[in-house]
Design a protein around this ligand. Structure first.
Ligand code: SF4
Ligand code: SF4
Length: 255
């Protein structure tokens, strides 16, 4: 009955019991987007997947309200690792085979239910990070040399430009997310890239994006539909859309 309800919303999840709680660990696999054409900024496909999963989580939370279900607010990666539902990688992300790191995560915590666990069937011994330096060699900022440095990672630096000496130009045309270490990771080898959906691409026309970000949050509503309210930050989008523009000029000069 419990699983039937969850299956209505998503089929990629685990169920586990810890302490006196039951956790439904949800993950949504996604395909990365191919590069965008000239004139358009780039957005990492993780963000639309994560936004979709947020709404799925809210639905499931609602369905199990009588068991005090809440969307989990703790550290998701830790929860997945503690319950052996993911593998920790050197680039500080977690992987769930066969989707690799191309997953958005969420979880629901609730009173303990009388339901059978649904556990991961991949081996925790399957650790190909050992002896591998591919991501470290491809990281544009050196954030993976000798362990993960959050301050040097473009995911962090693009949100905290005042806290970092990292050159934000290294993020290329992306207005959300750096993909370099995931693109080359063997865990992701079987996950194919797909073209960005046309309706999303149309929102990423750089000159329009700059004008909208200058106008403020209400002009970025269409983008917000894909990435959620938390990422509707005009200052950040403006900074990175201008960056994307500069990147295109550099690309043209290189031709
Ligand atoms: S590229 Fe290699 S070292 Fe880096 S996360 Fe992937 S498997 Fe691990
Ligand atoms: S997300 Fe980018 S900057 Fe951060 S560790 Fe990976 S490749 Fe380096």
């Amino acid at each position: 009955m419990i699983k039937k309800i969850i299956d209505k919303y998503i089929d990629t999840y685990f169920i586990t019991h810890m302490g006196n709680k039951t956790y439904i660990l949800l993950y949504k696999p996604y395909h990365p987007y191919e590069q965008t054409p000239h004139g358009y900024a780039y957005l990492n496909a993780f963000y639309p997947a994560s936004n979709d999963l947020y709404f799925i989580s809210k639905e499931i939370e609602h369905q199990f309200a009588e068991y005090n279900a809440v969307v989990y607010k703790g550290q998701l990666k830790k929860l997945f690792l503690d319950t052996k539902c993911a593998i920790f990688l050197k680039n500080c992300l977690v992987a769930i085979p066969p989707h690799g790191t191309r997953i958005a995560l969420s979880a629901i915590e609730m009173d303990q239910l009388n339901v059978e666990e649904k556990v991961a069937n991949f081996s925790q011994e399957d650790r190909i990070c050992e002896g591998c330096k591919i991501c470290s060699n491809h990281c544009p900022t050196g954030a993976l040399k000798g362990g993960f440095s959050r301050e040097l990672c473009l995911r962090y630096a693009s949100d905290h430009p005042e806290d970092t000496s990292v050159d934000l130009n290294l993020i290329g045309k992306s207005i959300l997310g750096c993909d370099a270490c995931q693109e080359v990771c063997p865990y992701n080898a079987s996950v194919e890239s797909v073209p960005m959906p046309e309706d999303l691409l149309s929102i990423l026309k750089i000159e329009d994006l700059i004008k909208k970000a200058e106008g403020g949050r209400k002009y970025l509503e269409e983008l917000c539909h894909y990435v959620g309210n938390n990422y509707n930050r005009p200052g950040r989008i403006l900074r990175l859309a201008k960056n994307a523009n500069d990147q295109e000029s550099r690309d043209l000069n290189d031709v």
